[in-house]
Design a protein around this ligand. Sequence first.
Ligand code: FDA
Length: 387
Amino acid sequence: STNPDIVVVGSGFFGLTIAERCAVDLGLQVLVIERRSHLGGNAYSEPEPETGIEVHKYGAHLFHTSNERVWEYVNRFTSFTGYQHRVYSTHDGQVYPLPINLGTINQFFDAAYTPAQARALIKEQASELGDKEPENFVEKGVSLIGRPLYEAFIAHYTAKQWQTAPEELSADIISRLPVRYTYDNRYFNDTYEGLPTDGYAAWLAKMADHPNITVVLDTDFLADGVADEFKGKVPVVYTGPVDEYFGNSEGRLSWRTVDLIPEVLEVDDFQGCAVMNYPDPDVDFTRIHEFKHFHPERSYPEGKTVIVREYSRFAEDTDEPYYPVNTAEDREKLLKYRDLAEREPMVLFGGRLGTYKYLDMHMAIASALSMYDNKLRPHFADGAELK
Ligand code: FDA
């Protein structure tokens, strides 16, 4: 389509939600420009070629939401399995359930505490610092769950995630560490949870499957000539990195990335669950995902499984940006970019890269739906200025 009514940069959940709404609800011609060679953004998945096991290419994606509107919306494109996420942790030669719960506590202290006894114990251990304001990550962690559990499950795990000694990390990386005084180890508390029955790639492709939507892959909006063709002429929704859009004029925003190292193993079942954390300092990865456990309802070739080890580190320029580091410096730069973004005519910035915010999938979708309601629909349907 050479004359789109609107251009969407990026085909992740944010961009595809905008594209789908504009095409279906308003009948607009939508051009989606994607620099990768596949659509779908970071939630994309593909079958591992040897086993056919669906692997989430940019890290494991668990769908969960309590937002009724988002749940209704996503069910237009896919059904969901009844998958419930649970995580385990291998510490000092034993496997414990997470998040820290009564089972974790009783196993760890080799005890049979009631909920009230466990609560009293953790409260006492957490009071180690008295009234002192926690000054760094360690003190904050200890003040939330006490030193023994903090050191076993949090300290080294966090050090590996940040490649930084916890003493040097800021206290505000954590505001709370959930401890459950029951044996419930369900990871998410949301009303709705599940995995797309036919996988993420099919779900994402379905959102773009409309005669008014054209997706162009392998095309960088910021490469020579592309942006100039559309900027200032048609509305653009940009979901790429906000700093890149402005040529990094205010400096680069910092991100953490994760190296995901897949391996096919000649066993039916490697670890018996989808995610095993490794919180000890003698193991250099943070966790292992075994992808067949996400879809126990599927059938798989015998004697094979796919595991992915995760190594966390600060992102270099060419790495995939995954989690905003969000230092004070980053926040200062972001304010300047927001200023520039507001003054950019006919361009709206959205999504996790466009706003420099970690967004879960349901949040990215909810945020796109409100951009559509509050800005795009009023503009196209009622002629409101695009601001
Ligand atoms: P997303 O990054 O998906 O899409 C942006 C797209 O824009 C990309 O395809 C990119 O190639 C493209 N692009 C960028 N610049 C461009 C340019 N100049 N030109 C053209 N295209 C350009 N959420 C959740 O709910 N449950 C979970 O378990 C997880 N797990 C998880 C693990 C990890 C490691 C990460 C990093 C993230 C998650 N998420 C998650 C979050 C989830 O990935 C996130 O909500 C969505 O990716 C957000 O969609 P966006 O469209 O905002 O960005």
